[in-house]
Design a protein around this ligand. Structure first.
Ligand code: AMP
Length: 192
């Protein structure tokens, strides 16, 4: 099993989830999506789920301390010891700093941040298609608009944060998903 610790960045609908799953399967590391974990908690009606339901359904961000705790717990699981693909986390500078501190504690710095780039109108089209397929409560046109605003204000600054550490690689996400995945694999091959 190869060791690989990756963060996926990109606007809503840029294809992070799809590519993260493929990377995780190919490299034998877990795909860790805070969005999926939060939706799971909401569906299960857990204490965490009750706390975050309204926030997630509005497209706003859940408070840093809650998601950082979810990630701390998840990264301590045995299957995450040889690497992981983080999808949807970090989403704020505060979360990125918390992740750096956590990984420093574990002695395992991030290897690479892949930023998927896609024009907003294409991303919105893809998300509306996904809404029809998966029925996500936060894929309605109004909530999508809010998620883009939240992304621009709180998450986009992470590009510069990671660019300054030299581990960010931008990937054009406009071709088909197989082509995008092939490009990602070319980039990851340069790490080994
Ligand atoms: P996603 O599936 O990554 O698009 O996440 C869906 C929703 O879950 C987001 O719109 C947020 O409400 C919440 N969420 C997921 N990840 C995070 C995070 N790292 N920080 C705060 N909120 C998050």
């Amino acid at each position: 099993m190869s060791e690989l610790s990756i963060v996926m960045l990109g606007a809503p609908g840029a294809g992070k989830g799809t590519q993260a799953v493929r990377i995780a399967e190919t490299h034998g590391v877990p795909h860790i999506s805070t969005g999926e974990m939060l939706r799971g908690a909401i569906a299960a009606g857990s204490e965490l789920g009750r706390k975050v339901k309204e926030i997630v359904e509005s497209g706003a961000l859940v408070p840093d301390e809650l998601v950082v705790e979810v990630i701390r717990e998840r990264l301590s699981q045995p299957d995450a010891q040889n690497g992981f693909v983080l999808d949807g986390f970090p989403r704020t500078i505060g979360q990125a700093e918390a992740l750096d501190a956590l990984l420093a504690e574990l002695g395992r710095p991030l290897e690479i941040v892949l930023e998927l780039e896609l024009a907003e109108e294409t991303a919105v089209e893809r998300m509306l298609g996904r809404a029809a397929e998966q029925g996500r409560a936060d894929d309605t046109p109004e909530v999508i608009k809010n998620r883009f605003e939240v992304y621009r204000r709180q998450t986009e600054p992470l590009s510069n944060y990671y660019r300054s550490t030299g581990i960010l690689v931008a990937i054009d996400s406009s071709p088909g998903m197989d082509e995008v995945f092939a490009e990602i694999e070319r980039v990851l091959a340069t790490l080994q």
